[in-house]
Write a protein of this length. Sequence first.
Length: 703
Amino acid sequence: MKRFVALTLLLASCGSAVASDAVVVAVMDPLAAPLSCPCVEGYAQRDYAVLGDSLSRAIDRPVVVGFGETLSDAIEDANAERAHLVIGKDSVVRSDLAKLRVEAMPVAQLTGKDGETTQNGLLVVASADAAQGVEDLAGYDVYYGPAECDEKHAAARALLASSGVEIGESLVSPACSDGASELLERQKTAGATPAAAVISSYAAPLLEGCGTIAKGDLRVVGETAPVPFITAFVTEHADEAIVVPLVEALYGAVAEPETLAALETLRGFTPPGPDYQGGQMVPAEVTPNAKGEQTPTENEAAASSRASPADNAAWPGFRGPTRDGVVAWLPAELPATPRFVWRQRMSRSGLGGIAVAEGRVVIGDRDFSNRLDVWRCFDAVTGEELWKHRYPAVGQLDYDNAPRATPLIDGGRVYLLGAFGDVACVRLDDGKRVWRRPLRREYGDRGKLVWGACCSPLLVGDTLIVCPAADDALWIGLDASTGRERWVAGGDGHAFASPVVARLGDTPQLIGYDRTTLGGWNPTTGERLWSLTPRLDGDFNVPTPAIVGDRLFVVTENNGARLYEPNGAGLATPPVATHEGLLPDTSSPTVLGDRVYCVWNALYCLRGGDLSEAWIGEDDSLPETGAVLAGRTAGGAGRLLVVGRGGELLLVDADADAFRIVSRLNLFSVDPAEAEDLLCTPAIVGSRLYLRTDDELVCVELI
């Protein structure tokens, strides 16, 4: 092991222990300079002292950085007793945290020079070996990495198991260099059992660069599924006051070119992506990258009893990270008075939601002539306007002409859908166009638009799914990188509910509406899987469907609330439960645990098993239509945050057997009885609420 050098930044004294107010960062990144070697120019020399400097300036506290291949070594190197922030290889950090019985939560992933946050295991053999692929390794001995190294152990075993190969002996090598050297030695020994080894993709350049093996000695015959690489974890030792500023500082480092260069990263630290699930990446072909696939597992994760503001890492699109209005954390109480962080004037009122990710806030607006869509981007921390993206969008709709759809932020890009069916992809950093298509004009604009294109865009893997309100296309699947068509699905005219991706039975599918029916579509091909016509016609089909356990919950203004059992890839009819009293025009339901919540002139709480009423709450502030966000406090108590009339916030006890308002906050000092409903779904990131009023976008602190 290398001799580690503690990097102590801005210490209050030169004593042997760190300052009492210092934030200790334990670095276990194998590409950090003290943990690697300078064999490959410009690679594996990450300078975390620069990050420490950046964090210290941002949070106005001393920062101490220690390095180690284990968490204990890194803490010792920092001359500290505990770490507040741990940065390292995801699976190894998790293993060490478990050994030390330290609770921690992942808050960010570090992108590499390629912009990716993942790595792979590479299955290699000697270059002269006869094997050409994984299927040729029958009978081979295989050198895996340690159990805590996902890419070299669990993912590699899964790769071999999926190929049906029966291998010889399973061996464990402590490092990539050991496994590679062992199999090369075997190659030289006559009669030895042939061998393969699993090495980390990040380590491959170093094996040759450092001279451990000669160039060309190894050949790759297989590659595992991607797993998370470098993740930042905030530990239980970080006091609550520092968690949010620390996480924001990590994200904010993306704006510092010197920090990006020092960390050998393209996009810096980003919130854990939608495929990040507790230490392993879920392959897109198994779990659609839906920016919110609704599953019980995700709802349970969001309801963790150890919730903290830092768990609200991003709000990348419609109704949040899981596209269902569920957040990881809500406060136990609201502040006594409004705490505005910043306020920005909007050009016109609008219905479209807010996306917040990677330190940016994106929202749709119009120009003063009302002939252009204007998408505006603000700094999430300061409210400074960073860019505008404009294009012509001429027409006249009910409820004005501003975009209705919520932007979708993913991988440094933003996907935009205007009310007249214009779809665009722009860069998040500067708003420059990557591609744009006037889809309604391309696929038929013969019919009259009344409310316009309202369905928020959805990503499934690298396919962008949109509803452009066109005559000849209900859903269109586009290549997210180029905007080129991949598939088109027809239907009986467009509706207004944003779709979700969920499993019915064992089938992942796009679930949404056309004008007259509910349906499911294959998100990869656009094939319609099933169709369900409601008992009464005339629904506008605005509320988004939700998943309750393994059942599908829908609600509309004529047919009320219905709960359906899966039947193969479709739904069994009639519904297993109904509630005819809940008849919202536009409010989407929110599910927390075994309860369903929805606003319609009151706050409805229905039991998820049979849709019986747990309670119905009435208050002058409760709107006819509005957003309900659900989550849990740091102590595990269930909370609902309801945006009431005129922007009054109601914090409601989600676990109670009767309607109980925990606290309320009138943001704008208006009389709710005389105020209008706010129709735009807000966003929560960290402990901050981003809310759109008729003429403002505001950022409000919730603690």
